[in-house]
Design a binder for this molecule. Sequence first.
Ligand code: OXD
Ligand code: MN
Length: 600
Amino acid sequence: MIKNKILLDWIKEIKELCQPDEVVIWEGTQKQYDETADEQVQSGKAIRLNPKLRPNSLLYRSHPSDVARVEKRTFISTKNIETAGPTNHWISSDELKPIMLDLYRGSMKGRIMYVIPFSMGPIGLDMSRIGVEITDSAYVALNMQIMTRTGQKVLDLINQGEPFIKCLHSVGYPLEPGMEDPKWPCAPMEKKYISHFPEEEMIWSYGSGYGGNALLGKKCLALRIASSMAQKQGWLAEHMLILKLTDPNQKVSYITGAFPSACGKTNLAMINPSLDGWKAETVGDDIAWMHIKEDGRLYAINPEAGFFGVAPGTSLKTNPNAIETVSKNTIFTNVALTDDGDVWWNDLTKEAPDHLIDWHGNDWYKGDPSKPDHPNSRFTSPLTNCPTLAENYEQPVPISAILFGGRRPSTIPLIHQSFDFEHGIFLGSIMGSEITAATIDDNIGKVRRDPFAMLPFIGYNIKDYIQHWQSMLTRTKENLLPKIFYINWFRKDEHGYLWPGFGENIRVLKWVLERTENKQNYISTPIGLMPDLGKFDLSNLDVSLDAMQELFKVDQSTWIDEVTSIENYYQALYQDSIPRVLVNQLNALKDRLNLQKTTV
Ligand code: OXD
Ligand code: MN
């Protein structure tokens, strides 16, 4: 039962505005989930997978125009453009609200309006935050049940007066009498709006039913709105995995890591270490909320309750723990369907089956040039399915190290450590991936910078974001803050990747943890601290010494180009107000490389 007047009034207001046929309060029970799933299957919107092969699992196929987050239709809407800054699409809230109110008027006609109370983070924890998503999509309700903590316990907190973030979502496809409901209703691109109002801590999403556009707890709340709340309240909301590591002496440490998409973040979050005696456990694979606690250390929680992972590329070889995670209770979107009612995606098995139904619902035969799955096809699975989930995954954990990284075939060594926290901020600010032929872009070879892997997710001005990171130094002692590292698993020579990756990555993590204990296992270079190869665990590793040397090469002339590239990037992004800390760090780097300083 809802007793909270703010929530009751809001439900009434949205019901009047959007005019749904029916209102359903999401209770978060298995019964409600099962009934809704059955109803979706009966109406032809979802396919129930073979329960013997994939128990309690569904397959959805989206509209071909609605397959990913739409950054160009994602807005930060505030009074002043300066609040949104140079990395966001901004529309003034005074201008945007009437446009969206017009779209919402009658937008839920013929549909059920679900009211989903949810908690990002364990229910009742001081670091958690509550939201309520109102949506006309059953797909969203089912996914939110997996990705967040939903239901009565959250409502109880709201009834006790706990504030909540209003998240409004409509697929933007009202059904007038006699109209047929398509399998995946959505609005055309120019009518899609994924809007954030950080000043009011509110989200309005219209026109898309897919992933981060529609499951508003994830990127919209837990990153964009939360990053802005975190700035005001003195904490950090970051696009980071959280990993628990236990060394052979049973010492437990926790690290977080920010990587742009397609850099193996979920794989690292579920790593099977190759070194004897080491254990790795998963706390989170995408988002970390971090607060400084009374002891002065930075503690993290995973605000999510599930994984919304990219399917293609996931296999027993790349991530056996993810394969087990998706073995049951999973919603798949845009993967292929097998003849025996199971799912398939690229790389799941070496050989594709002879026949599949592709993500458009058409026959697909082995050898067909088209892909049977969409490159951004997804699985939604509960955290509790993951065989490596840490048993304390619901408790805040103290972070010893933060990893930044990207996909850089050249220039950046396998691992280096920042000299100090501010140098770490600099490393976060320049991280990125080299553009490859796989990206639709004609800038092949250039670096696409994705600062802190947060480029599409910082809900406010990036200049203030940099300053906010810097302010961590005033909130605690520097030696209590995590140490910061830059990782590059993807360095290549003419024969291909130099580093084997996957389970062997534990060697790099071992060095990282030794550094957090101040072990004398490093050499100092102009770009940061790097492993002393004599003190880096190479036992039973099939990588030549030459390759190791290449992996750690810091080449002066390449770094001169890198510095120019960073300088151009800073100028283009920040124009005449590059944050002072970044200018100082760039100058210090130039100094160490014996280059002339920047005078901005
Ligand atoms: C995601 C993303 O879906 O970063 O996690 O795009
Ligand atoms: Mn992500």
